[in-house]
Every structure is written in structure tokens, then in C-alpha cells.
Design a protein around this ligand. Sequence first.
Ligand SMILES: Nc1ncnc2c1ncn2[C@@H]1O[C@H](COP(=O)(O)OP(=O)(O)OP(=O)(O)O)[C@@H](O)[C@H]1O
Length: 254
Amino acid sequence: MVSLSLDNIGARYGRREILSGASAELQGGGLTALVGANAAGKSTLFRRIAGHLRGAGRIQLHGVARHEMRYMPQDTGMNAALTVYESIILALKQGNGGWRLSAEELRAVDGILVRFNITHLADQQLHELSGGQRQAVSISQTLVSRPKIVLMDEPTSALDLNRQYEVLETLRLYSEETGAVMVLALHEINQVMRCCTATLALGEGRILASGPTLEVLTPALIRRLYGIDSRVERCSRGCPVMIVDGPVGQAAAE
Ligand SMILES: Nc1ncnc2c1ncn2[C@@H]1O[C@H](COP(=O)(O)OP(=O)(O)OP(=O)(O)O)[C@@H](O)[C@H]1O
């Protein structure tokens, strides 16, 4: 089984400390959400895990090699003069090996286009895509090599409501099928409650809570993270949903 241990991780930019003492065990085979307010340090933690930022502590990978990790940043520049198909081949080849594809590589590229419902975009230039289409292509580029550790910074931020559920469900199936550790920074708490087995909550420069999602995302923690009063109820299909009552201390408008 693949897993990732964070042991007393710290991260800073120059003299400014962003995170300290961050420890957690992240298991493969399901989605892990990374939540926290704006500027809490979610992208910084990803950069630290991906090795783009040095700092205190130890990051250990179990059952997987470092080259099997992929990090999808929040803003993936997409202005190269390539088609969607070419950009996914490039991501698979990681810039090595020219354009020749083995039969297996061809299947991987075609398979990922089908999985994320973007086959019809294959011949389109990247700069011609909408924001949501671009995001689906970024996710496809990230997963085409079937990585075993995946860090995705707000992978659903540009997707419509239906596509959010579709894509998160596909990511969940991918993690179950490959046993990959998949950590997704998400702002939409109801997506987290529906799709993520585990949650890591960042605030006050550290990990405030980690563990099974429904145990971590209590109204008390939501209040501490975001200053929002909320409660958990069930939707008509039995899924837990967070109802937002409003900012702490503010009465509802008449
Ligand atoms: N390259 C950088 N140099 C200096 N400070 C940075 C840099 N990148 C981020 N920061 C600072 O680090 C803090 C954490 O930023 P980070 O991007 O990790 O937050 P985040 O939780 O991902 O936020 P958001 O939800 O808004 O995307 C912020 O105060 C930000 O200003």
C-alpha cells in the first residue's frame, strides 16, 4: 500500500514562516482533502512535499518512488502552441523520448481522454479552450503517467456543478484502482464531505486536525478555520452536507 508521512514539516519564504510542525500520515486508495482559509499555506505545503521548497522535517514515501509523484499547481500556464492530444503526450513523455508512442502509451493517452470526457477536444489548440476544459486537460496531463502520489491544487475550481462531481468521482475511482495517495486542496466543503475519505485541515500555521473527513470537519473546526457557523445534515440521498448559517456573530438578514 502506498502512503506518505509528513514528520514535523516546516516551510518558509525567506524569514517568513508559513508552516511549522506539520505531521500526518496520508494513505493511498482514497481521496484526502487539504482544507484551510485563503493563505493558510495549502499550496506551500504542496510545494514543500513536491520538493520545490526546502524546509524543516522529513517527508517519507512508502511503497512508491519519488519520480511517481505529480503535482498540479493552481495555475497551470497553458499557452504552448500544442493541441490537447500533443500536450498529453508531452506530459506522458515528460519531455523525453520524442513523439513516437508505443501501443501501450497510445492506449494510456486515449484512455485518459475518455476518462475525463475530453476526447472531442483532442485536436483543439490549448489556447482555444475554456477555463473548465483547460482544467480537465491539466488533470489528464497529471494522471496520464499513472502516478502513485498526486497533489492537486484546487482541481475543480473552474468546473460547473455537474463536472465537479463527475471529475471528483473519477479521481476517487483512480485512487481506489491504483492505490495512489491523492491529496486535493479544495474550498468547497460539500465536495470534501461527499468524496474525500480523509481530511487535513491547515490553520494558524500548522495542521489543526487530520483524520476521517466527518470526524475532522465538525462545526467547531469550520468556525475556527473560516469564522463561519455551520451544521451537518443529510441530503435526500443520505450524503452528509454542510449547511452554512453565516459568519460567526452575524444575525440573519430579516
Ligand atoms: N513565492 C512566495 N513568496 C513569498 N510568500 C509567499 C509565496 N507564495 C505564497 N506566499 C505566502 O505564503 C502564504 C501562504 O500562501 P499559499 O499560497 O500557500 O496559501 P493557500 O492556502 O494555498 O491559499 P489560497 O487558498 O488563497 O490559494 C501567504 O501569506 C502568501 O502570501
